[in-house]
Design a protein around this ligand. Structure first.
Ligand code: S3P
Length: 172
C-alpha cells in the first residue's frame, strides 16, 4: 500500500484528517509544519519573522528530500504552500498518492480567522488575502493531486472513512 500525501489550502483540514487517517491505517503520521517547528524549536510565525518566507520554503523542500529515505508507510500532511515549488511537486508525487483536500473560500475563512500562527494571513483584509492565494494555487493543487476530496460539509471522521474506503478498493 502506498503512502498518502495530503495537500490543500490552509484550513482545509490536512492535519486533522491526516492524524486520524494515519491512526486508522496504522501508518506513521508526519506533518511538515509540526516537524519544522520541532526541529527549529520555533513556531511557524517566528520562523517567518526571524528568517523570512524564503528560508521557510527551503526548510520545506529539505524536509521533503529527507522523507524520500523514510521507510514504512506514512500519511504526510504538508503546509498549504508546499506544492507551489516545482521541485516540491515532484517530491510530493514521488512520496505517495497525493490527495487534495478542497474547501470553499467561506469554509477556509471561518476556519482560519483569528489564527495567529499563519503569517500569510495576518493583518487586515483576510478575505482578499485568502481569495488571492486560492486563485493563485487552485490549479497547482489540482495538477499535483491524484485524488480530490471536497471537505466543506464533512466531518473529519467522514473524510477519513472515504479515504480508508479508497485505499481498501485500491483506487489510491
Ligand atoms: C502556508 C501554510 C501553513 C504554513 C505556513 C505557510 C501557506 O500551513 O506552512 O503558514 O503558504 O499556505 P497550513 O496549510 O497547515 O496552515
Amino acid at each position: 500500500m502506498t503512502n498518502i500525501v495530503l495537500i490543500g489550502f490552509m484550513g482545509a483540514g490536512k492535519s486533522s484528517v491526516g492524524r486520524v487517517l494515519a491512526r486508522s491505517l496504522e501508518y506513521d503520521f508526519i506533518d511538515t509544519d509540526e516537524q519544522i517547528e520541532r526541529e527549529q524549536r520555533k513556531k511557524i510565525s517566528v520562523i517567518f519573522e526571524k528568517y523570512g518566507e524564503a528560508a521557510f520554503r527551503d526548510m520545506e523542500t529539505e524536509l521533503l528530500r529527507r522523507l524520500q529515505r523514510k521507510k514504512g508507510n506514512f500519511v504526510l500532511s504538508v503546509g498549504g504552500g508546499m506544492p507551489v515549488r516545482e521541485e516540491n511537486r515532484q517530491l510530493l508525487q514521488s512520496l505517495g498518492t497525493v490527495v487534495y483536500l478542497k474547501a470553499s473560500k467561506e469554509t477556509i475563512i471561518a476556519r482560519v480567522s483569528g489564527d495567529q500562527n499563519r503569517p500569510l494571513l495576518q493583518g487586515e483584509g483576510l478575505e482578499e488575502k485568502v481569495a488571492a492565494l486560492m486563485a493563485a494555487r487552485a490549479q497547482i493543487y489540482e495538477e499535483t493531486a491524484n485524488v480530490q476530496l471536497q471537505t466543506d460539509d464533512c466531518t473529519v471522521e467522514e473524510l477519513v472513512q472515504k479515504l480508508v474506503a479508497f485505499t481498501g478498493t485500491n483506487i489510491l
